[in-house]
Write a protein that binds this ligand. Structure first.
Ligand SMILES: Nc1nc2c(ncn2[C@@H]2O[C@H](COP(=O)(O)OP(=O)(O)OP(=O)(O)O)[C@@H](O)[C@H]2O)c(=O)[nH]1
Length: 703
């Protein structure tokens, strides 16, 4: 009975380590497999204090620690900032692994896929569970490359906190902004880790300023570096006024000493640290009333008397409130600064208990017959709509549908596509199966059938994305497939209003199907991927009730394949002006008539191709700036600004996606491999008439 049906969006669960593991279970299994020679299959609890003899209570807390002792966190950053290297060190110091893996040697735990190891990049998020000083940490290492943004998004939804890793010589980079925005959207408290402090050009102050300016965040400087670049050897803990120095002779960074700063031995550093601590106390007091009362009352005369724990508790509160972000620094590659980062994770990031997930109070997995479990926002909405149709009470429906929206993942539209063919027709079902599985795992991969050729078409987020999918089909499903040329996913729109009328009159058997439709298509200003559908007052409500779904299906199917290139039509509104349906006409016929009528209207309209415009950021040394700019000019690039970032120039601008295919190879050649770039879809822009007609001729095979 529908009144008892409930809808759960539960594709990502959280709270326990088991749940996080479910998100990326294949990856964990593979990690454990690789670790077999070193680690017994099961968790290494060596770092947990309190497990004595047969103490059942302790044992229970080891197996399932109280929620207050759990941290579900993610590591996120721009590509190559050092997430995987930092994760690798974290696993080593926590006792999860017994040797240090290296991205450059292709032997890290979290980058286990063959493609990740070969390319030294993270493609799929990996979850690992380990313990640190009595806390259970469930950690996800996420990819930095923009092609795998969805992977980051799906992880952020299950996290309670995140560590944002930065390359200290570059500060905030293009993809940092993207992941930061995603974390803002999911309201994830964060800690910043300024990595690569050992690298030439590393600058703590520059990186902190870039967090303030570009991310519009309030950095809380909890550490100061001791030395920078080649001279980097440790950090000062601003909260406790202690210095942490790593033993230069230790090759794994386990050995470091923590000493209070003294006037006698470190007068300068002590002075700097006291200033930084006072500034930190004032900053936190500004953000937290409880702490302000404490500081102004008892400690206003001398901040030195304020116990570190009081400051730490207040920092925890402002981190949780996301009014500021603690900033730490180190060098994961040189094994410095990672243990204090782990302490900060347990100290400042929240436990699951401290986070409020409204939709999770819905989702307690006590399901019963009649419940609906859905896997995405669109299926949640479809289920909610179905529930609505079948008569649930109005107020309950609305609030439920709204809450379900919280649980969805936003999947960006793909910008590239290409055909994919199996080695033989007999293998088509195997290919379909592989693509179905891969799509389930990675919803940003879309698969469709070309209605004209019957070919399977892969749609993805970028060249790398499609390349990796191709490779995975070969390695994981044993299928050698053939990819057609990579093509840009264009869109279409119309430039003027057009009207059409159509009648469909067909008799099948002894049944007459008769529909007459009049509709109008017009351009709209607001960017809308799906057509806006409106009904004129003259259309009878009763008629509409019975046929609305069929009408909308007809409209949507036409808008998926525009008349120019067969690309989706966007920024249009369709108004149904009149509708006449003969009794007994099937909904299929209604859909067919609406589709035909809309196609007729679109044929008459002035049409425009829209092309994906990419935001581009190229980081290049001064010597190579000119060739990079000259090349971008040839690619119809529009340069917005050129910033100076340490010793580099950063070119920021826009370039049509069609012009930037294979850019990594060209850029490597132009700059002897010294430049890096990041691309992100900015919007869809109208092509100029000349480029549009060239494109149309190419597609029609005339050039
Ligand atoms: N100098 C220096 N290099 C580092 C440091 N940490 C990482 N690297 C190097 O930076 C490169 C990228 O490191 P990764 O750990 O793969 O970075 P990532 O952020 O996981 O990369 P993606 O997942 O592909 O985005 C590798 O060559 C590392 O050796 C560091 O602290 N100092």
């Amino acid at each position: 009975m529908l009144s008892s049906s409930r809808i759960f969006a539960v594709n990502h669960k959280k709270i326990s380590s088991l749940n996080i593991n479910n998100v990326c279970c294949s990856k964990i299994r593979a990690s454990l497999k690789r670790l077999k020679p070193h680690v017994p299959l099961g968790r290494n609890y060596s770092s947990l204090p309190g497990l004595i003899g047969n103490d059942i209570k302790s044992l229970r807390s080891v197996l399932s620690p109280p929620a207050a002792k759990i941290r579900n966190i993610g590591i996120m950053a721009h590509i190559d900032a050092g997430k995987t290297t930092t994760t690798e060190r974290i696993l080593y110091y926590s006792g999860y692994t017994r040797s240090l893996g290296d991205v450059d040697d292709g032997d890290t735990v979290t980058d286990f896929m063959a493609q990740e190891r070969e390319r030294g990049i993270t493609i799929q998020s990996a979850a690992v569970t380990f313990d640190w000083k009595g806390y259970r940490l469930n950690l996800i290492d996420t990819p930095g490359h923009v092609d795998f943004t969805v992977e980051v998004e799906r992880c952020l939804r299950v996290l309670d906190g995140a560590v944002a890793v930065f390359d200290a010589s570059a500060g905030v980079e293009a993809q940092t902004l993207t992941v930061w925005r995603q974390a803002d959207k999911h309201k994830i408290p964060r800690i910043c880790f300024l990595n690569k402090m050992d690298k030439t050009g590393a600058s703590f102050n520059y990186a902190v300023e870039s967090i303030r300016e570009k991310l519009n965040a309030k950095p809380l400087v909890l550490q100061l570096p001791i030395g920078e670049a080649k001279t980097f050897k440790g950090v000062v803990d601003v909260v406790s006024k202690e210095k942490l120095l790593w033993n230069a002779n230790s090759d794994d960074g386990k050995d470091f000493e923590r000493k209070p700063l003294l006037e006698m031995s470190d007068p300068e550093l002590l002075k700097k640290t006291t200033e930084a601590r006072n500034a930190l106390i004032e900053q936190v007091a500004d953000l937290d009333d409880e702490f302000a009362d404490l500081v102004l009352g008892e400690f206003s005369e001398n901040f030195d008397l304020l116990p570190p724990e009081k400051l730490q508790t207040a920092i925890h509160r402002v981190t949780l409130a996301q009014t500021a972000v603690p900033v730490l620094c180190g060098s994961a590659l040189r094994n410095k600064g990672v243990q204090p980062l782990l302490d900060a994770i347990t100290m400042y990031l929240p436990s699951p208990e401290e986070r409020d997930y409204e939709f999770l109070h819905l989702v307690c997995l006590q399901t019963a017959t009649g419940d609906t479990i859905v896997s995405s926002k669109s299926s949640a909405l479809a289920a909610a709509r179905r529930a609505e149709r079948e008569g649930e009470k109005k107020h309950r429906r609305n609030s439920e549908a709204e809450r379900l929206l919280l649980a969805g993942v936003e999947i960006p539209e793909p910008v590239f596509f290409c055909t994919i063919e199996p080695p033989s027709m007999a293998k088509q079902p195997d290919l379909d199966h592989a693509l179905k599985c891969l799509h389930r795992e990675d919803p940003s991969l879309k698969v469709r059938l070309d209605p004209d050729t019957g070919q399977t078409v892969l749609c993805g987020m970028g060249e790398l994305h499609i390349e990796i999918i191709h490779d995975r089909i070969k390695r994981e499903y044993g299928l050698e497939t053939y990819l057609g040329p990579l093509q840009v996913a264009y869109r279409e729109t119309i430039l003027n209003s057009v009207r059409a009328t159509d009648t469909l009159d067909r008799t099948l058997g002894d049944k007459r199907h008769l529909v007459t439709v009049e509709l109008e298509a017009k351009p709209i200003e607001t960017a809308s991927v799906r057509p806006v559908i409106e009904y004129a007052d003259s259309v009878s409500e009763d008629l509409l009730k019975a046929s609305q779904e069929a009408i909308e299906n007809g409209i949507h199917s036409v808008c998926l394949q525009g008349p120019l290139l067969g690309s989706p039509i966007q920024d249009v509104a369709i108004t149904l002006h009149s509708l006449m349906i003969h009794p007994g006409t099937s909904t299929t016929m209604i859909s067919a008539c609406v589709s035909r009528c809309l196609q007729k209207a679109l044929k008459k309209a002035d049409k425009q191709v829209l092309e994906p415009l990419m935001g581009l950021e190229v980081t290049v040394t001064k010597d190579y700036l000119s060739p990079v700019l000259a090349d971008l000019a040839q690619r119809r690039g529009n340069i917005q600004e050129i910033q100076t970032r340490q010793n580099n120039k950063v070119v920021i601008g826009f370039v049509p996606l069609a012009e930037i295919m294979g850019y990594s190879t060209v850029l490597r050649t132009l700059t002897s491999g010294s430049a890096t770039f990041a691309l992100e879809l900015a919007n869809y822009q109208a092509m100029n008439p000349q480029d549009q007609s060239t494109l149309l001729s190419q597609r029609r095979g005339f050039t």
